[in-house]
Design a protein around this ligand. Structure first.
Ligand code: F6P
Length: 370
């Protein structure tokens, strides 16, 4: 394999919330870079935070052996370290003080003599990466997130594992819902995108699927629960996105992480809904918030293979000189798009989505009609 002589040393970082498959990408990038091209590989600790604080260490072949099946990231990650808006201190009343520390990042990359940086992350990481490329740092992006909300790629790694975990949870909740004739709500992550909920809802045959892209009508949700309890099944299984909201209403915010570029953390809508449905229908309701269990543990076979393809392709792109692009999976093929086209954007479910139509056709309610 011919080698791009200008690239000798590469860095890898994992940014944003972690997800299963990160280690499989780190492994694929490192092994491809070493075996195919004889490059020196360096790992940046805790995402962009490690570049701000100059925590960069060599990644050897042995460091990435036996990690393909491990959840989390051996490099660590941070979702509070956007170099353009980094919290350097707090005011006396606890408000964060932000500074643009991009120059420090560029300086540390130069000091480590990194020719290219591989940034594995979601939209926040791609936005930060895009701004760093404007300072002359060549970057290759790899799309990660359980939320599957990155634009221009059909799928991100981590999503399949999260859907598998959520589907298994739904299957388990179904049996107890049935035993007790209850309305059971299962809340899934995804921020403002309903991908996990749509796929896990479809795969588990949920009776009601509530996603951020379709505002729900509480009356319609209650009617469906009552209909089921009166005609046929005494229980109702509801898959609900953390970002679901009622018509004209608001999302339920769990907390605000002020230092984070995207400070709002959603959570708790299923608890609110559980009480609202119980009050209106007098049916017994319970809510289960799946939370970070969706991000933990071993990646599925699909995510391990996608992560391996992405990592391998990322190195191929840089060696071809196709910098400042993010690897994508489109219509069954590997490809690449300029990182700036992905930055600050989100891929949401369109109303003509085929799985959404299939769910409706097989009897699921999205809470938007009687
Ligand atoms: O983006 C991944 C994600 O897990 C979202 O689905 C969720 O809303 C958020 O991160 C949770 O963030 P944190 O780990 O900061 O609680």
């Amino acid at each position: 394999m011919s080698r791009n002589k200008t690239i000798k040393r590469i860095g890898i970082l994992t940014g944003g919330g972690d997800c299963p498959g990160l280690n499989a990408v780190i492994r694929a990038v490192t092994k491809t870079a070493i075996i195919r091209y004889g490059l020196d590989v360096f790992g940046v600790e805790d995402g962009f935070l490690g570049l701000i604080e100059n925590r960069i260490k060599p990644l050897k072949f042995s460091d990435v052996s036996n990690i393909i099946d491990q959840g989390g990231t051996i490099l660590g990650s941070s979702n509070k370290a956007d170099p353009a808006r980094f919290c350097v201190d707090h005011t006396s009343d606890g408000k964060p003080i932000f500074e643009d520390v991009t120059d420090r990042v560029v300086e540390n990359i130069k000091r480590a003599q990194l020719d290219v940086l591989v940034c594995i992350g979601g939209d926040g990481t791609m936005s930060a990466a895009s701004r760093v490329t404007e300072h002359g740092v060549p970057i290759i992006g790899v799309p990660k997130t359980i939320d599957n909300d990155l634009l221009h790629t059909d799928v991100t790694f981590g999503f399949n594992t999260a859907v598998t975990i959520a589907t298994e949870a739904m299957d388990r909740i179904r049996t107890t819902a049935s035993s007790h004739s209850r309305v059971m709500l299962v809340e899934m992550m995804g921020r403002n995108a309903g991908w996990i909920t749509l796929y896990a809802g479809a795969a588990s045959g949920a009776d009601i699927i509530l996603i951020p892209e379709i505002e729900f009508d509480l009356d319609a949700v209650c009617r469906r629960c009552i209909d089921r309890s009166q005609h046929g099944k005494a229980y109702t299984l509801v898959a609900v996105s953390e970002g679901a909201k009622p018509k004209g209403g608001h999302v339920v915010v769990d907390r605000v992480v002020q230092e984070s570029p995207d400070p709002i953390r959603l959570g708790g809508v299923s608890e609110v809904l559980s009480h609202d449905i119980a009050k209106r229908t007098h049916l017994e309701c319970r809510a289960t918030i799946l939370g970070h269990v969706q991000r933990g543990g071993t990646p599925t076979t699909f995510d391990r293979t996608l992560a391996t393809l992405f990592g391998y392709h990322a190195v191929g792109l840089m060696m071809k000189g196709q910098m400042n692009h993010m690897v994508v999976w489109k219509k069954g093929n590997l490809g690449a798009v300029p990182i700036h086209q992905v930055a600050d954007k989100q891929k949401l479910i369109q109303l003509d989505n085929a799985l959404l139509a299939a769910c409706r056709a097989t009897g699921a309610s999205f809470g938007d009609a009687g």
